[in-house]
Ligand binder design. Structure first.
Ligand code: DC
Length: 226
């Protein structure tokens, strides 16, 4: 089975490109970030039920363990199904984005989700995007891409995405949040965001979706850019 791993920081264009690439190649697209978002959504719901404030949470490891014990996750096309319910829009709110790097730093969470990600690839060709796909989940992936873009461009892209969901955000604030997430994602102890030695780096600042897809497809065919 073929595995294409696409890693990179938040809002670097990974998911748009990975989805388009998968469609054009006839592969299955798997959004690993959606899985971390799903656990975060469940965590926030638990905290709300417990009426816990950030200060009073002290038992996050135990809360996450209990969430993961019952965690049923699946994709239905583009839809994200958590414990039998379609929660697609709920995992993309700014509140989930603000908390997801914290939740993704827990070893228990990473171990469980990596196991699920490997299972998902067993019988099909896939394009999976995330932070550790080429380094940890599939170190032997057939092709590894590391996608980057400036924080400003990424904030503008994320703001446009949130706007389509009716959420207005301040761009400067978003730049700060994105930089904070980059820092947490790349400095965490477990599976930090780093470029695999054998990954191809692509900066998407000045490239259209079509141009990036074309470059990656050229590597798929020849192992070298056209
Ligand atoms: O790609 P995204 O922005 O939807 O990812 C959400 C968060 O999940 C991101 O801040 C880091 C985390 N993540 C991760 O740690 N490992 C992955 N493979 C995918 C996402």
């Amino acid at each position: 089975m073929v595995v294409i791993a696409i890693d990179g920081p938040a809002a670097s264009g990974k998911s748009t490109i990975a989805k388009k690439l998968a469609t054009e190649l006839g592969y299955t697209y798997i959004d690993s970030g959606a899985m971390y978002r799903a656990v975060t959504l469940e965590y926030l719901r638990h905290c709300e039920e417990l009426n816990a404030t950030k200060q009073s949470r002290g038992n996050d490891e135990a809360i996450l363990q209990s969430i993961l014990n019952d965690f049923q996750f699946d994709f239905d096309g583009d839809d994200v199904i958590i414990n039998g319910q379609d929660r697609s829009p709920d995992i993309r709110t700014n509140l989930v984005s603000q908390n997801v790097s914290y939740i993704a730093s827990f070893k228990t969470v990473r171990e469980k989700l990596v196991e699920l990600q490997r299972q998902m690839s067993q019988s099909k060709d896939i394009v999976m995007d995330g932070r550790d796909i080429g380094t940890v989940v599939f170190p032997d992936a057939d092709l590894k891409i590391f996608m980057v873009a400036s924080a400003q461009v990424r904030a503008e892209r994320r703001a446009a995405q949130l706007k389509t969901q009716g959420e207005e955000v301040d761009i400067e604030q978003l730049v700060k949040e994105i930089e904070k997430r980059d820092e947490i994602d790349s400095q965490r102890e477990h599976s930090p965001l780093v470029k695999a030695d054998d990954a191809i780096e692509i900066c998407t600042d000045d490239l259209s979706i079509e141009e990036v897809t074309k470059v990656i497809k050229s590597y798929c065919r020849t192992g070298e850019p056209l």
